[in-house]
Design a protein. Sequence first.
Length: 263
Amino acid sequence: MQQLLRNGVVPAFRALALGIALVGPASAGILEDDEARKAILDLRKEVRDGREVTNREIRDVNARLDTAQRSQLELVNTIERLREEVAKLRGQVEVLTNELANQQKRSKDLYGDLDARLKALEPRKASVDGRQGAVERQEEQAFNSALELFRGGDMRGTIASLTTFQKTYPQSILGPSAQFWIGAAQYGIKDYKASIATLTRFVETNPESPRLADAWLTIGNAQLDSGDRRAANKTFGKVVSDFPGTPAAETARERVAATAPKR
């Protein structure tokens, strides 16, 4: 604004004052009236032109100020929108982070459960009646389920389950035990002939089994209960002589005397 006053308005007013002084009483003889009026008109025009220039420049300045204000307002609005978008993105990031944490937990639980199931299916090392080997979980479960039937008194169910077990796992280290319990269950249903045959095969194919004494004792009981006292007495004697100190030998000793031939 000061620049505008220096360039336009102030010089115009100075010229006007000079013109007035020139046409005053002291200079009345120098300038004629027409020249004075012309000078005044020229000065007025110069003043108007200066005002127009000043006003135009003022308008330009105001326009630039308005543009700057609008730009600043747009910048503020843009910053506000960016803040809102950042806040929205932060919320989305938090949601995604939480979902990722939950997914990782579910994956961990799933892998843990899967690992446990796989381990449950893996064979384990076992020692059964002196035999070493690997036993599958399902194999072990099938055998134990059959023994539960025996403990519950279901002898026919035991025979059927263990017979299926032998066919399903012909190389199982539990096979000899299955054969022994089949013979015991056959004795339980009074199928003495089948029991004697099953347990005889057992003692012949498993000479190192810790169940030999019980197997021979059951054979002797089956012989006795089927009426073959002579064979039973011989079998009980074998238990006493071959397995001294065992509970089976103590039981057999009593039955040797009870089955001895009468004189």
